[in-house]
Design a protein around this ligand. Structure first.
Ligand code: GLA
Length: 389
């Protein structure tokens, strides 16, 4: 039991006196709607049953002591509530520190320190949002420990605020929202322009969600993520010269074709095209699911990958190999990269009887072509953050 293991490790490191709480926040996978969340479009992610465990105890002073069972070589890292700033040596602790800082910025100053131990069973840097999971977990812990009056949706926004302003990644709202608002068995159809959302049941009769992890490490900060974002912003500004829209998500495919000549650069046309078409694909995919048309849902997933590969150019040989090999396997309903791209994972819907063949075939082809192995996870859709003990 992970819960017992993390608690035992906490007591070994930090002692067993006082009130100790154990918490959990999930990771997430996005089914479709990629790079649409900072373009005012729709996304369709779900929370997973894997995620981050946190064991915590309040302190009487202003010290923060952090330990991660995923980075044991770093030992216990310390910080002070009086001096919260991002530091390279602080490594992963910049995520919880950023959230504590963000609470302060929002008028909820944390006055007492804590000892916090984390363990994540999401593969790190895999594109399943281990960092957003840590952010939402930290927010949830602050809420429970210090009694701040915040909703789970607030926790998503605070997590994003900290990532944008403390950790310097201009991410959208999708990851933190999917994690904070997760619901077992359901994906979240979220309009990122308004934050209106509905839960859609994912009933994959006789099929499973399989995550293929490329094991190519990806850090959003040093990736081309911020560059894509600003390309889209420039394209939007150009289109706004000819038509009054708030975001690329306001456009249908037809409208985009009508106005795209306002964009003065071929690369930016491709970026904006992806944002517009991907948003429309996401809307269609949710409709297909409602109509129990899993085949169409899968085709839209495949089209999403092609667009991310050719127009948005965020895939790379590792993700392309995983997806293109997946498409060759009988019983694969749909397959695409998920998350920011540039490494990380793919998500596939695979018929039950084909899962073993999928893992064997895609795994073999990947290793032959890329030179190292991929990892595969059959995942379940789980709930949002919670206190375990
Ligand atoms: C990362 C970001 C999200 C989103 C995706 C791409 O996961 O954190 O906000 O932009 O990339 O869809």
């Amino acid at each position: 039991m992970i819960e017992q293991e993390v608690l035992a490790k906490f007591k070994e490191l930090f002692g067993d006196e006082g009130e100790i709480g154990v918490y959990f926040a999930p990771g997430r996978v996005n089914m479709i709607g990629e790079h649409t969340d900072y373009n005012g479009g729709h996304v369709f992610p779900c929370a997973l049953t894997i995620g981050t465990y946190g064991v915590v105890r309040k302190r009487d002073d202003n010290k923060l002591r952090f330990y991660s069972m995923n980075f044991e070589q770093l030992g216990i890292l310390e910080a002070s509530l009086d001096d919260l700033k991002p530091e390279k040596e602080a490594d992963w602790t910049n995520y919880p520190k950023g959230v504590i800082w963000a609470f302060g910025e929002k008028g909820m100053k944390v006055e007492q320190g804590m000892d916090l131990l984390l363990f994540g069973n999401i593969p790190n840097g895999s594109g399943l949002s281990s960092s957003a999971s840590v952010e939402v977990l930290t927010g949830y812990i602050l809420k429970s420990l210090y009694g701040f009056d915040v909703t789970n949706q607030d926790l998503a926004l605070i997590g994003q605020y900290s990532e944008n302003n403390f950790n310097g990644v201009n991410c959208g709202i999708m990851d933190q929202f999917a994690i904070a608002m997760g619901k077992e068995g359901h994906a979240i159809f979220l309009d990122t322009a308004t934050l209106d959302y509905t839960y859609a049941p994912i009933k994959l009769e006789n099929a499973k969600i399989v995550i293929s992890c490329s094991n190519k490490k990806r850090g959003l900060g040093d990736s081309k993520y911020n560059e894509r974002r600003s390309e889209c912003e420039t394209a939007l500004a150009e289109i706004q010269q000819v038509v009054g829209i708030n975001s690329l998500g306001d456009l249908t495919e037809e409208q985009f074709e009508q106005y795209k000549s306002a964009i003065k650069d071929e690369t930016r046309v491709k970026r904006a095209k992806h944002a517009v078409y991907e948003n429309q694909r996401t809307i269609k995919a949710v409709e297909a699911l409602k109509n129990n048309d899993l085949k169409l849902f899968g085709e839209l997933m495949n089209a999403s990958h092609v667009s991310l590969r050719d127009d948005y150019e965020v895939t790379g040989i590792e993700l392309d190999t995983l997806v293109e090999e997946a498409w060759k396997v009988d019983g694969v309903i749909g397959s695409r990269m998920t998350g920011a791209g540039f490494g990380g994972c793919t998500v596939s819907i695979v018929k039950d009887e084909s899962v073993d063949a999928f893992i064997a075939q895609v795994g073999k082809a990947y290793e032959e072509k890329i030179g190292y192995a991929a990892d595969f996870y059959v995942v379940e859709i789980g709930d949002g953050p919670r206190k375990l003990a």
